[in-house]
Design a protein around this ligand. Structure first.
Ligand code: SAH
Ligand code: SF4
Length: 396
């Protein structure tokens, strides 16, 4: 989401004559697009902002924009600590970013620059905000309630991305599969986007387990352009903790959904939180066994981070040592997952969307190296002959 929002902000500045650079000393403007989901993320953004004080002082005409979720959470009070900040643009203001720039008087009109057309994947936001209320999560407070973009707008944006040379379209939203429009479902939208000229593959992130239904699977299972990978955050393997997190599912219903997704050929990666305040040793063991039973292809593991204003932040924290230990054990458990998932491909057919002449990604999101050289963006079918645990090698 942040990548897509960054692209959107950058596009407005490109239209005002700016060009992209990753060299700080060449830049006239820095946008820090922030995350506040965990304290650590916010901390890093603020410390970067602190370091930019010197950069700004070194040359006249340098500007700093602080954007995204931490900007939304902290607002104007940031100006007290960082008076040299030129503009604060909260996550909810992304649709008005262009107006905000114009009103700021910082950017004189200039001839438009070129849009950034690198990369095989084109990001398309389809919904913003979240209507859930997970007890640990700050997203609903900073991003607000769900707002779905219209299918007309989404299809126009996706078609433009495909024309610009992005054969893979990634649909984005905080609970992306909650998208709906009158009688149209998220699955209908996936099928429509995949049928656009130039679209070879459609991915989406982040889905919520609540909307993985038999109807969804029925609608997508026969469309090979819908990537066979889903990032489905589980958070915990304990039904008790899931209830306290207010996730709206149990371990058993989650496992049923995971099983059904696998039957349709989906590889499943996930997010897990360790050390939720009420998590006992037994609950934690349930998370470890979930990892085994679910057969995830990858898992991002986070230490619980209390976020001010969320219901769980009222609960007493587990001690840091327990958190560290549990994270360590879980990380050890998930370390071998990818390697194992790679080796399962040997002897099977793979559909590779090329991202460089010899390398691309399979539909279920594994990196593959081809023997011959292919055009970037083309789709190659070949058998997997070997794997080194981080890469598949194809016969062709
Ligand atoms: N909408 C997605 C998740 C968005 S937040 C969903 O519901 O699945 C991305 C990830 O950050 C979450 O999946 C969760 O694992 C992690 N996360 C969110 N809040 C957190 C917190 N307070 N402490 C630790 N991890 C957190
Ligand atoms: Fe946060 Fe839960 Fe919404 Fe995901 S579904 S963004 S974890 S409140």
């Amino acid at each position: 989401m942040n990548l897509a929002d960054s692209e959107e902000m950058a596009a407005h500045l490109l239209m005002r004559g700016y060009a992209l650079t990753d060299q700080l000393d060449q830049a006239d403007l820095v946008i820090i697009n922030t995350c506040t989901v965990r304290d650590h993320a916010e901390h890093r953004a603020l410390s970067l902002l602190g370091r930019l004080r010197k950069w700004k002082r070194e040359k006249d005409g340098r500007h700093i924009i602080f954007a995204g979720c931490a900007a939304q959470r902290l607002g104007e009070k940031l100006k007290k600590t960082f008076p040299y900040l030129d503009l604060i643009s909260g996550a909810r203001e992304i649709d008005h970013f262009a107006d905000l720039c114009d009103r700021s008087g910082l950017f004189a009109p200039a001839p438009g620059g070129e849009a950034d057309k690198r990369g095989v994947t084109g990001y398309v936001t389809i919904m913003r905000g979240c209507d859930f209320a997970c007890s640990y999560c700050i997203v609903p407070a900073v991003r607000g309630p769900v707002h779905c973009l219209s299918s007309k707008e989404i299809l126009t944006n996706a078609a433009r991305k495909a024309q610009e040379g992005h054969p893979e379209i990634m649909l984005l939203g905080q609970t992306v599969n909650a998208w709906k429009e009158e009688r149209k479902t998220f699955a209908d939208l996936l099928n429509e986007v995949s049928a656009l000229p130039g679209v070879e593959r459609v991915r989406f992130v982040s889905p919520h387990p609540a909307f993985i239904t038999p109807q969804f699977l029925e609608a997508v299972k026969n469309n090979p352009k819908i990537a066979r990978h889903i990032h489905l955050p589980a958070q915990s393997g304990s039904t008790k903790v899931l209830q306290e997190m207010k996730r709206g599912y149990t371990r058993e219903t989650l496992l049923q959904k995971i099983h059904a997704l696998k039957e349709c050929g989906f590889a499943i990666s996930t997010d897990l939180i360790v050390g939720f305040p009420t998590e006992t040793e037994e609950d934690f063991l349930q998370t470890l066994t979930l990892v085994e039973q679910a057969g995830f292809s990858a898992a991002y593991c986070f230490k619980y981070s209390p976020r001010q204003g969320t219901p769980a932040a009222q609960l007493p924290l587990l001690d840091e040592k327990t958190l560290e230990q549990r994270l360590d054990i879980l990380l050890n458990k998930v370390r071998g997952l990818a390697e194992h998932a790679y080796s399962r491909h040997i002897g099977q057919q793979a559909t590779v969307l090329m991202e460089s002449p010899h390398k691309g990604r399979t539909s279920d999101n594994f990196w593959a190296q081809t023997k011959k050289s292919y055009k970037i963006g083309s789709v190659v079918q070949s058998e997997v002959s070997a794997s080194d645990g981080t890469l598949l090698f194809t016969r062709d």
